[in-house]
Ligand binder design. Structure first.
Ligand code: CAA
Ligand code: NAP
Length: 242
């Protein structure tokens, strides 16, 4: 059995490509999901990857979930904090519920999921944490004050934790994907999405596998000196400096 990787939201979209990529690289993968049992079971049947259901915004569920994965599969070597949601709308019309749901799932999850794995990584002097932010956490996006705030927070969290864990052999990096062809992007109104694709110099949406390839690199021995990095993959839609 290979080293263990947890991929949150690892059953659909970008996460499913990451789960598959890490399995190919030899990891024993635990892919988590929130509630779409049908998709998760189909994913598990297709790939043979273990799936686990818990809400990344619930601290107690995360602690129990990580404990279950550790007991069943072994110590966690890689954590990919990928689970995320959108609740888009103009700020002047946004409810506190839409603000809070997005902040809890996309940002609080950095705490709730990283906390239960960090002591063991520090004790073993080994671990890779990869956080999925977004182009919209770098540049801001109209209709996404909640999501842009959460994803910018993920960048700050990554930079701070990377400094704390560097001497302990634990790397912490962050990927900022541009618009990737998944259900999340499919939910954007068609006319708006056409306009967005028009702003991408490469002329197309990204593919989930293009993000998964970078995650795989970040887990490789060659990436041991890369930590605290903010890595942009967006078809040149936004040229960011971190
Ligand atoms: N980029 C450029 N223009 C945008 C835009 C965007 N992302 N979002 C909205 N607009 C423009 C619309 O094209 C429209 O322009 P016109 O008046 O010239 O037609 C104007 O803003 C008003 O938009 P709507 O008519 O759609 O207004 P609405 O009140 O019905 O809806 C909205 C507002 C909910 C913000 C909706 O426009 C929307 O969902 N926009 C998409 C926001 C977005 O980019 N979400 C990304 C989701 S995917 C993701 O988040 C993954 C990731 O990390 C990249
Ligand atoms: P997606 O297709 O909507 O898949 C989301 C995954 O996250 C699903 O497995 C979902 O589980 C899980 N999830 C959602 N809320 C959860 C919760 N509270 N607890 C546990 N799991 C939860 O999304 P995606 O497009 O692949 O996006 C993946 C990540 O990349 C997100 O963080 C997103 O913000 C980020 N991102 C996406 C894009 C893009 O263009 N797609 C761009 C930049 C960044 P269920 O199946 O049970 O719902």
């Amino acid at each position: 059995m290979g080293q263990v990787a947890i991929v949150t939201g690892g059953t659909r979209g970008i996460g499913s490509a990451i789960s598959k990529g890490l399995k190919e690289a030899g990891y024993t993968v635990a892919a988590t999901y929130a509630g779409n049992v049908e998709k998760a079971e189909a994913f598990s049947a297709e790939t043979g990857i273990n799936v686990f259901k818990w809400d990344v915004s619930d601290p107690e569920a995360c602690e129990k979930g990580v404990q279950q994965v550790s007991e069943e599969l072994g110590d966690i070597e890689v954590l990919v904090n990928n689970a995320g949601i959108t609740r888009d709308g103009w700020f002047h019309k946004m409810t506190y519920d839409d603000w809070s749901a997005v902040l809890r799932t996309n940002l609080d999850s950095m705490f709730t999921m990283t906390k239960p794995v960090i002591e063991s990584m520090r004790a073993r002097s080994s671990g890779r944490i990869i956080n999925i932010s977004s182009i919209n956490g770098q540049k801001g996006q109209m209709g996404q004050t909640n999501y842009s705030a959460a994803k910018a927070g993920v960048i700050g969290f990554t930079k701070a934790l990377a400094q704390e864990t560097a001497r302990k052999g634990v790397t912490v990096n962050c990927i900022c994907p541009g618009y990737i062809d998944t259900d999340m992007v499919a939910a954007v109104p068609e006319k708006v999405l056409e306009g967005i694709i028009g702003q991408i110099p490469v002329g197309r949406l990204g593919k989930a596998e293009e993000i998964a390839g970078l995650v795989r690199y970040l887990t490789s021995p060659e990436a041991a000196f890369m930590t605290g990095a903010v890595l942009t993959i967006n078809g040149a839609q936004y040229i960011a400096n971190g």
